[in-house]
Design a protein around this ligand. Structure first.
Ligand SMILES: C[S@@+](CC[C@H](N)C(=O)[O-])C[C@H]1O[C@@H](n2cnc3c(N)ncnc32)[C@H](O)[C@@H]1O
Length: 286
């Protein structure tokens, strides 16, 4: 779908904030960096002054300076009012007041606007939209993504996040995302599924299809030993069939683990170990 200027509420952070969010040390600062979803942040403009090599990619860069400036003027007062209303939900260690925060954001966005046309000509700002980036594989040493992925978990599903992260991993050796929270402040609902998918790699779907072709129904009743079925309750594939599998094995025990996904032993090793040890303890006492 075409990106509209009204889709974005421009709100830009500074180089120092990026350095703190992504723990950018001296080695990182000597690497070639992709700032994905940098929008109106002054990260790129300030990086240039510090001799740090940054290319920023964002759909916002389709628009002109006057268009972006107008969008900032239209939305900034609304964002400031919202922050004032919800000030108790923010941590005020870095900025001491809402006014100080808003002033810093406005200053960062002014620095971005002043640098934008030159940076566009120099290829430091590239109009682009996840999950497809116009860069060759391995172009960057490090990709950073601040306040876009995971933050908008309500608007973008797990599949979008998986594709976006695979794309960032394609174009950069290393990827850092901040924060991993949704707008509500809770950890992103997509994190477990995205971590599973990235760990499993691209053939994960084929693995599911292979498992789907097993003739489990005829074979499960042949299991004679004490059996524990651990069902990761948040997994949309495994959990719905756990009851069926348990019923097919004589005497099998079913334990459901809230929040669990496949591969559950990696995700919650302590819970997995405790559940398994508890089961072994029970059968040893029989
Ligand atoms: C909240 S702003 C964050 C700006 C900057 N990273 C910062 O922390 O100051 C979110 C940014 O995500 C960008 N964005 C929206 N859709 C995108 C997409 N599909 N791919 C990449 N960036 C996108 C928006 O244009 C906007 O600039």
């Amino acid at each position: 779908m075409a990106f509209q200027l009204t889709d974005v509420v421009p709100w830009g952070r500074t180089f120092d904030e990026y350095a703190a969010m992504f723990a950018l040390d001296e080695v990182d600062r000597s690497r070639s960096i992709l700032g994905c979803s940098d929008g109106p942040a002054s990260f790129n403009a300030e990086a240039l002054q510090r001799n740090v090599k940054v290319v920023s990619a964002d759909p916002l860069y389709e628009f002109s300076v006057p268009q972006i400036r107008k969008r900032i003027a239209d939305t900034a007062p609304l964002v400031a009012a919202q922050i004032k209303e919800n000030a108790q939900d923010f941590v005020w260690n870095h900025f001491k007041s809402v006014d100080e925060l808003v002033a810093a954001r406005m200053k960062a966005m002014q620095a971005f606007l002043a640098d934008f046309n030159t940076g566009l000509e120099q290829g430091r700002y590239v109009p682009a939209q996840l999950p497809d980036l116009p860069f060759f594989a391995g172009t960057f040493d490090l990709a950073l993504c601040s306040h876009y992925l995971f933050l908008y978990s309500e608007q973008h599903d797990a599949q979008f996040h998986i594709e976006a992260l695979r794309e960032l991993c394609r174009v950069a050796q290393e990827v850092r995302i901040f924060p991993l929270l949704e707008l509500s402040g809770a950890p992103s609902r997509h994190l477990p599924e995205v971590i599973d998918a990235l760990k499993a790699g691209r053939l994960a779907a084929e693995g599911h299809r292979v498992v789907g072709r097993y003739l489990m129904e005829t074979r499960l009743p042949r299991v004679r030993c004490p059996t524990l079925i651990i069902s990761p309750a948040a997994d949309p594939h495994a959990h719905p069939v756990a009851g069926k599998v348990t019923a097919a094995i004589a005497g099998a025990e079913l334990v459901e683990v809230p929040g669990g996904m496949v591969p559950f032993p990696d995700q919650m090793p302590e819970v997995f170990a405790a559940t398994t040890l508890g089961f072994l303890d029970r059968i040893m006492r029989r």
